[in-house]
Design a protein around this ligand. Sequence first.
Ligand code: HEM
Length: 668
Amino acid sequence: MWMCPPQRESRGHFEDTAVLAAVRTALFKMTEILAELSRTEPGVALDHEPIAAPETNLDAQMFRFRAPLPRSKGVATFNNTLFGLNKICIPVLALFRRAFAPLTQTLQRKNPSVSGIGVVVLASSFLPHQPRSKPPLVALPVVLPVLLLLPISYHVRWPIASLPLAFVMYGTFLVLFTLAYRLSPLHPPAKYPGPIIAKSSKWWAAYVSGKGDLHRHYKSLHDRYGDVVRVGPNELSIRDPSFIPAVLGQGGLPKGPYWDNRPGSVVSQRDPVKHLHQRKPWNRAFSSAAVKEYEDMAAKRTRQLIGCLEGVVHQSGGNKGVVLDMASWFNYFSLFSFGGGFELMKAGGDNDGLRAPFQPFFRIRAIMGHISYILPLLLATTGRKGFVQRVHAFSRERVVKKDSFYHLSRLQSGEAMPEDERPSLTDIAKDGSLAIVAGADTTSGALTATLYYLLCNPIAYDRLQAEVNAAFPTGEELLDVTKISQIEWLNGCIAGKTNFGSLHSNESLRLQPPIPSGSQRSVNKGAGEKVLGKWYADISANPIVPENSVHFVGSFRRERRSPFVLTPSNGTRDTSTLRRRSCQNDGSVLFTCGGANPAAFLPFSYGPANCAGKNLALMEMRVVLCWVLRRFRFSKAPGFRYEEWEGKIQDWFVARQQPLLASIAIRE
Ligand code: HEM
């Protein structure tokens, strides 16, 4: 049996409290467990003492150990390795002790357990500052455990054991201190309500994100806790639309740490000045006037979609109709619209294998948004970098080839600008990749959601069909985009004007915003605390948000706020209501839920970092929807559970939809 470690003479000089005794016993136990791992025959010992190293005199007795005879080859190798490591450790530790001789002597006079705990307490006192820069982030978990080695080594029989013990002990204390601080009233956002698990760590949000449930989860938190909820140790989620200007508007907050460690495109630019600079070409490329230039491109792509769909319907036995997954078809279309390379529609599937990696990519990005500090490690170890590079290479190729993607980026590249002011090819390619990622799933998601609500609401469908027919009665090609944009009910179904008397528009984007949780903003470190507006009669009720904290104003939360939580607590807030719509209803509910709060409707976000591609997206959606409705009749696919479809939408920053089956037939 392992014996209790030799008592050092100095230990008799002080009295142990019960706590210290317990700590020491725990350390002994852990050492014994480590030792037991290499133990075979109790009582049979190979004596390695004394170790003749002059440096170890100080604690020579401590390094005596009795090792059992090995029973098998594997155990023998393990033992030898351990002994080898231990032998290396002895002089190293001795050197370490010699260097810290004065400190060591003090420690010998005082109880080493007390010293150990002292070091941990000291380390944990750094926590209130929660360092984010690299040097202290490396220093804290490495340097401090190494310092802890010293007191711990007085307690363990095997010096090698003091290393893992130091790290385990430091880690445990670090976690406990962090939790205690985050849950304490001393933490800056302590006054905001929220669940304990969310206040403790962002790992919870990362977990919920991984399941794709973040938007529903945050909404349920708002339903429970109110308009401002603490959803992370330093993070608030805000649902009240009156905060939109202060958070998202001009002079509002810059982007948050969700975007850390991402490729340097405009969407992930956290520095407001640099963002402004990077955003200029986007504004130029997607202004209303510029989007007119893309109308031909959109018409061409839509024609291809119609052609491919007609082909599939004909192939499957004429005009009786065929069941298709329209979520995929809209997605092929929207990816396709950014270049000639994907050929997804023609093939009716992802033969290039470029679409498939998008989904796990989005998912990982969404998870990492909450714990962005481990993103570089992940990219380096999982080969995801390769995928990012492929998308960049694709964009670069398009720009060089001057195909339709080139036209999309032509204004962006600043052809009219002097040579030295133009963005580099790499920058254009980087932004081009963003256009693919930002524009594809969002647009197709909005189209799919619109079709879903139309299928579920035949009255709305029939009315839209009638308006499309009336706008283009002769069956000509629908090339007049201005005319398309004036079809009132079409705008009502997707987006556009918001005032149709008692009718409410924008339904599919309101009910299923393609970016459900919105984009994060933060009060940067050093900026001081910020008062978010003055909306409440009781000024103290206005959120004063601490520096270095972050905020989400999510679309899903804003636009789907339940009527049951709208009653203002102090009478000064907006009292408008959103009525519940129901998929099972007869259609009149979906498109006539008057009284919705238009201020809460921001699927493209708001302010200087709002969606750059809004005009293009709206134009594309109108054109595609109008053309497909003109050419095909959609109806519910038998056996498909429509009532479950909405609930399965996942929030991976961009909404991820499940297949939407629809029966599609060519109209006479
Ligand atoms: C229905 C379709 C779309 C929706 C609902 C949508 C929505 C959004 C939202 C909510 C943001 C975040 C803004 C913020 O941080 O506050 C965003 C950003 C962005 N979107 Fe879109 N988007 C759509 C389509 C597109 C398209 C087609 C493009 C371009 C081809 C595009 C390009 C961008 C860019 C570049 C950004 C970053 C803007 C910045 O940080 O300054 N989007 N979008």
